[in-house]
Design a protein around this ligand. Structure first.
Ligand code: NAP
Length: 484
């Protein structure tokens, strides 16, 4: 398969918070990979901006270290790294003061695309937008990129949207949910809308239920105090898992166009049913295996924040009424895996005498690790003993199916940053989508806060709290095994 790289137009990308953790781990290494991939025009310039004293050379050394730390040797080489570093500049600015802004204005060039990555705390978004406007650095074509968390409830999300809207139109705002940049997540749309096979069956008449799992083996140590203010619902469900659910549940958009896609996702979010307390199980991992428990990691012995959540979600529309979506995500679980499993219903009538061998068809889309798809189908068990049935996988690993190209799946940030430069918002969340997701999540969170619910504690290295099993058992279903 031939790799096709579409070059982008010349740009100046200013990274506010260019010396922060996200820039070091993701943004700068991803930009370098796009340079290696031939997508970065010769005239591209990347400007790091923060309050710290640094020269251009210091920022280049910082970036070199970041790339060496976060990219394996096979993904970098001296020649391309030197070429890439030559594109970097650094400017010292303070978002909340006047320092450095005239230097930044002198540095950005007329006639090229200007993009501003707000890789700083959300409390600084308003100040940055204001300064860019005040100093005439941003124009009507400029783009701004903002990171999660986008608010912590509907009110704060609305406030953030309003602050940005004072100086930028919705077409200029790129709200990152890095899940949308994952190749396999985009593949959900390709699988659904580029094949005739699935869409006729993609409805409650044929789909029994859907399971979306995002399991991590790590705990929250290191960022426990920060995580404790958020929890799994805010950190994972309201944004990443909601996006996955939307891509599974949405109607076919009329075109693969930013607003057409986002309109359809928004309709799904608006159709989500309220979640009853008995359809939610929250958990906190206990100490175990020589590692502290959640309460210790969070440095808050009284914490009621969940490191695990499972919920049963209903969608009130013609396509999905009667098909539950079970979502679960947690930390310190038995394996690191993200997958979507779509379980089909039974055939209306069995002509075979051995229905005990029969199992449902399941389409599994693996997001990580080992991205791919797996379709569980029934076949005849080999041998002369009559017609016995067995379930087998039609397994496809993208790495194997696509050869070299599949093995080199780009990081989500590579795709997303290039989309910003290209001016394509399809894989970014629109303001109304984010607000609708909070409008659904708020009453759920407020409900357990008002009731004073405590999360169940669970053994680390397991599938989560026992009660989460019941969520499916009581509906005559079971969770899929969590495994890599
Ligand atoms: P961080 O490591 O604390 O870095 C913050 C950056 O902002 C530093 O470069 C800092 O440099 C700069 N900064 C702070 N105050 C400033 C000011 N007044 N004016 C100009 N620059 C200022 O934060 P981070 O982890 O990179 O996170 C950045 C954003 O991304 C946050 O919104 C975070 O929620 C989000 N995010 C991060 C991750 C992640 O993995 N790290 C993942 C998802 C989302 P100086 O102190 O020198 O100014």
């Amino acid at each position: 398969m031939v790799s096709r790289t579409i070059p982008v137009d010349p740009f100046d990308l200013v990274i506010f918070g260019g010396t922060g953790d996200l820039a070091r781990r993701k943004i700068l290494p991803s930009l370098y990979r796009r340079h290696v991939g031939g997508q970065m025009p010769a005239e591209a310039r990347i400007i790091g901006a923060a309050r710290g004293e640094m020269t251009d050379e210091d920022f280049r050394a910082f970036t070199r270290e970041a790339i060496e730390e976060f990219l394996p040797e096979t993904k970098r080489d001296t020649v391309t790294l030197d070429e890439f570093l030559a594109k970097l500049r650094y400017v010292r600015v303070d978002a909340v003061g006047q320092d450095g802004w005239s230097d930044l204005r002198d540095l950005v060039r007329p006639g090229v695309i200007r993009a501003f990555y707000f890789s700083v705390a959300p409390s600084l978004f308003g100040a940055l937008a204001e300064r860019l406007h005040e100093h005439g650095i941003a124009d009507a074509e400029s783009r701004i990129v903002v990171e999660k968390p986008f608010g912590k409830n509907l009110k704060t999300a609305r406030d953030l949207n309003a602050v940005l809207a004072e100086h930028f139109s919705e077409q200029q705002i790129y709200r990152i949910d890095h899940y949308l940049g994952k190749e396999t997540v985009q593949n959900l749309m390709a699988v659904r809308f580029a094949n005739i096979l699935f869409e006729p069956l993609w409805k409650t008449e044929y789909i029994d239920h859907v399971q979306i799992t995002v399991a991590e083996t790590v705990g929250v140590n290191g960022r426990g105090a920060y995580y404790d203010k958020s929890g799994a619902m805010r950190d994972m469900v309201q944004n990443h898992m909601m996006q996955l659910l939307c891509l599974i549940a949405m109607e076919p958009p009329y075109h693969f166009d930013p607003d057409a896609v986002r309109d359809e996702k928004l309709k799904v979010i608006r159709a989500l049913e309220p979640v009853a307390p008995e359809d939610i199980v929250r958990g906190q991992y206990r100490a175990g295996g020589g590692r502290p428990g959640y309460l210790e990691d969070a440095e808050n012995p009284e914490s009621r924040t969940e490191s695990y959540i499972a919920l049963k979600v209903g969608i009130a529309n013609w396509r999905w009424k009667g098909t539950p979506f079970y979502l679960r995500t947690g930390k310190r679980l038995k394996a690191r895996t993200s997958e979507i499993a779509i379980t089909f219903r039974q055939p209306p009538h069995s002509i075979f005498d051995h229905p005990e061998g029969w199992r449902e068809n399941v389409l599994v889309i693996r997001l990580q690790p080992n991205e791919g798809m797996n379709m569980m189908v029934m076949i005849k068990e080999p041998g002369p003993g009559g017609m016995r049935l067995a379930q087998v996988p039609l397994d496809m690993s993208f790495a194997e199916a696509l050869g070299e190209e599949g093995a080199d799946i780009p990081d989500a940030y590579e795709r997303l940053i290039m989309d910003v430069i290209r001016g394509n918002q399809t894989l970014f969340m629109r303001g109304d989508e984010v607000e609708a997701a909070w409008a659904w999540a708020d009453p759920i969170i407020e409900g357990w806060e008002a009731r004073g619910d405590r999360p169940h504690s669970y053994e680390p290295g397991t599938s989560g709290p026992e009660d989460a099993l019941m969520l499916l058992h009581r509906d005559g279903r079971r969770w899929r095994e969590i495994r890599e």
